[in-house]
Design a protein around this ligand. Structure first.
Ligand SMILES: CC(C)(COP(=O)(O)OP(=O)(O)OC[C@H]1O[C@@H](n2cnc3c(N)ncnc32)[C@H](O)[C@@H]1OP(=O)(O)O)[C@@H](O)C(=O)NCCC(=O)NCCS
Length: 141
């Protein structure tokens, strides 16, 4: 298992493969909502298995917003999601971000809390799914 920072240009097919399955097929998120045009300007993280097949991905936008964190169903519960999140947070830290944030699906909030994120505000609907804003302050690593 390798988790690396990639550009959207070089890893686009791997990223599309994972997100189309997880958000498109599994969660029924509309294509135009998932593919919002913000990928090329984002830092992307991709997890690949021993045969170079993509199994997970995520991104961080220039304003420090982390999102689209996804792991193929059969690969979940093995720490891949946490590892990708950690790599994105470390990258933000190296780039001098004071804070990163995300809109977590409510069911996944405890997943982000394990990596130092805290809930921030009320729940809201995004793509028809309940979300909550969560932030992580870099000075508190
Ligand atoms: C959320 C997701 C990325 C987590 O990836 P993963 O590789 O399974 O996560 P990890 O194995 O690194 O999990 C680490 C910990 O978080 C917990 N966890 C994982 N998913 C969770 C969830 N949905 N709710 C609560 N806890 C969760 C795990 O139990 C594990 O706990 P442990 O360390 O005490 O055993 C993955 O479940 C996924 O792709 N879900 C569908 C897409 C999605 O909902 N993305 C989140 C958008 S906000």
């Amino acid at each position: 298992m390798k988790v690396t920072i990639r550009s959207f240009r070089e890893a686009e097919s791997d990223i599309r493969f994972v997100r189309d399955i997880v958000f498109g097929q599994e969660q029924n998120v509309a294509r135009e909502v998932d593919w919002d045009g913000k990928d090329s300007q984002s830092i992307q993280v991709v997890a690949i298995d021993g045969d170079d097949n993509p199994v997970g991905t995520g991104r961080m936008q220039p304003d420090g917003k982390i999102g689209r964190l996804s792991v193929l169903d059969s690969w979940r519960g093995q720490g891949i999601g946490q590892k990708m999140l950690r790599v994105l947070v470390e990258t933000a830290e190296k780039k001098g971000f004071q804070e990163v944030f995300l809109h977590a699906q409510v069911h996944a909030a405890s997943f982000y809390e394990k990596c130092g994120f805290h809930k921030n505000g009320e729940e809201f609907l995004e793509a028809g799914i309940p979300h909550v804003k969560m932030t992580r302050n870099m000075s508190k690593i």
